[in-house]
Design a protein around this ligand. Sequence first.
Ligand SMILES: [Zn+2]
Length: 468
Amino acid sequence: MESERLRELDRIVLGEIWTTDEAWRNLVFLCDDLGHRFAGSQQERRAAEFLAERMRAYGLENVRLETFPIATWERGPCHLAVVEPLERDLPAIAMPYCPTARLEAEVVDVGEGELPDFERLASTIPGRIVLTDAETNRPGERKSHRTDKFNWAIQRGAVAVLFVNQNPGQLHITGSLTGRNPNGWRAVDREAPIPGLGVTYETGSFLRRLAERGRLRLRIATENRTRDAESANVIGEIPGYRRPEEIVLVGGHYDGHDIAHGASDDGAGTVVGLEVGRALARVRGRLARTVRVICFGAEELGLLGAYSHAAQAAARGERIRFVLNLDGAGRGTGGQEQLVLSGLPELVPYFRDIARALPYDFVIRDELNAHSDHFPFALRGIPNATLSSRDATAGMIGRGWGHTEADTLDKVTLRSIQLAAALAARLVIRLSEDDAFPGRQRTPEEVRQQLADAGLLERVRATEGNVI
Ligand SMILES: [Zn+2]
C-alpha cells in the first residue's frame, strides 16, 4: 500500500515537525506557566483554552470545547503520625477523592496487596489501616491496580489505606480513589468512603520495620474537599476529502495530577497530538478521511473525558475508524516507541508491515488493558491502540516517575516529542488513506469475550455498568 502519494505526504508532514520547536514551547506553557492541570481546576480550564487557541492558529476546523460534568477534588492538609510503638510524624499525601478524616487505628500490612493477601488476612482487617504496595508490576508484568486494592480493603472493613510507592527517591505516589458509587458522576458519588494516602518507599519501609516489632498504631488527620465541577475535551478537525464521515481520532489527555507538572503523563502526549494536527493541517484537502485531534480532560479521575466523547460520538452516530491514544507518547529522549493494541490480533501484522515500509522501528504488542483513554472506545468495539515512548523509568516498577512529584518537564525532550509526533502523524495518514484497513468494529458479544479473556469483565461490570 506504500505509494509515492503517501511518501509525498510524509515529506511535507515530517519537514514541518522537524523544523520547529513549536511543540516544546507548547509543553513549556502547559507545565511551567500553568503548573499542574488537575481535572476541574482553573489550570485545566486555562490549558483547554490554550489548546483550542493553538488548534485555531494551526488551521484546524470545527475547534471546540466539549464539556462534561465531573467531581473535582481539592487537597488540604494531611498529617500522618506513628503513635505506637514510638511517636513520629511522617510525610504523606491524600489521594484524589480522599475524604476529610481524623482517625487512629492499628495497621495490618498486606504486602503486595494481591487478592490472596487480602483473603489470607481478612480476619485482621476490620477496623484497621491497610498498608499495601501501590503498584508492583515490573516491565511487562500485569498486577492488580491501586483501585482493586482499595476496593478489597473497603469490602473487608478497613478504615483507611496507605499506598507505598515501590520506587526509592522520597517520592509520594498518587492516583484517584474509588468513590462510594463508581457509576455516579457527582461529588456525593465520587468521594471515597475511607481515606487513602500515598507514602514514599522510604516511609513505607520504616512503617514495615515497625510493624514487624508488633503493634503499630497510626494517627491520620486530613482535610479535603470533593465538589461538582466541569471538565472539557478540546477538539479540532482536518476534514477528509473523500470519506469525511469516517473519523481517525488521535490525542492524549491534558489533565494531570496536582503534585507535579504531569509532563510525561500526559503533557507530552498532548503536545504530540497537537503537533500531529499542526503538521496534518498542511496537507488539508489531501487526506481521505477526517482526522480529529482530541485533548482529553479528566483522564486521571477515571477516563472521564474519553467516556464522555465515546458516548457523545455514539449518540451522534459518528463512525470512528480508529483511536490512536497518545498517553505516554513523547516522554524521555525518544526512539523507543511502542504501540499497544487492545485485543486486535489481526492488526499486529498490519502495523508490522507499516513499520517495515516507513521504515521506522517501533514495538507492536496486543494486550487489552483498562487504564487509559483508549478503553471507553474499546468497550464500544472501536479499534484502538495506545502509542507511548519508553523513558528512563522503563526499568522501574509501575509508572516510574508518573503519579509522583518527579513527573516534571525536565524528563521530556523536544527530540522525543518530534519522534513520537512523526510516527503518530505517519500512522494517522495511513489510517486515513487506506481503503483496505483490516480493523473492524467488534460486536458487544465479542467485546464481552475480550474483557473476559483479559480478566477485566468483573471489574467493568462493577464500575462501568452503564456501558457494558
Ligand atoms: Zn496518563
